[in-house]
Design a binder for this molecule. Structure first.
Ligand code: SF4
Length: 154
């Protein structure tokens, strides 16, 4: 997996103070996409073990308490990302069980594959669906267009 950006302290992508990772790779090609540079799965930088360790360390940092981890992109559920994202969320749930995980995907919840569900079964909040420019509403919290749904899973 490759990624484009990592914010160790972020207050705009989800509830509370969070760590946020923007991964590479997205097949949805939404018109008006805010992050076209992430579409190619080989764009950005390799997501290394060191980067994964850094995220865990940041989530465990007691000086700035993080509520959890946000995964965006790109699309964390892109087929090229599934094994790395699954490994990351499994580790977060094991070593930081009090932290919540939010994930943004262009896929709809109802169309997810079994492999994608393995990731989704470990996260707390899924924001799903493509960005639809005609349904864009800047007043919406944590999503760009009104077709996208915030699923609070657990
Ligand atoms: S799902 Fe998100 S990143 Fe992918 S094309 Fe649509 S808006 Fe862009």
């Amino acid at each position: 997996m490759n990624y484009h950006q990592y914010y160790s302290v972020d207050v705009v992508n989800g509830l509370g103070t969070r760590c946020t990772l923007f991964v590479s790779g997205c097949v949805h090609q939404c018109r008006g996409c805010y992050n076209k540079s992430t579409w190619r799965a080989d764009s950005g930088m390799p997501f290394t073990q060191k980067m994964e360790d850094q995220i865990i360390q940041d989530l465990q940092d007691t000086r700035i308490r993080r509520q959890g981890l946000s995964l965006s992109g790109g699309d964390p559920l892109h087929p090229a990302n599934l094994s790395s994202v699954l490994k990351l969320v499994q580790r977060v749930k094991t070593v930081c069980p009090s932290k919540d995980i939010w994930l943004w995907t262009g896929y709809q919840f109802t169309e997810l594959t079994a492999e994608q569900h393995k990731v989704v079964s470990l996260i707390n909040v899924l924001i799903d669906g493509k960005f639809v420019q005609e349904l864009y509403d800047p007043a919406l919290l944590w999503r760009g267009s009104s077709n996208q749904i915030i699923h609070t899973l657990r």
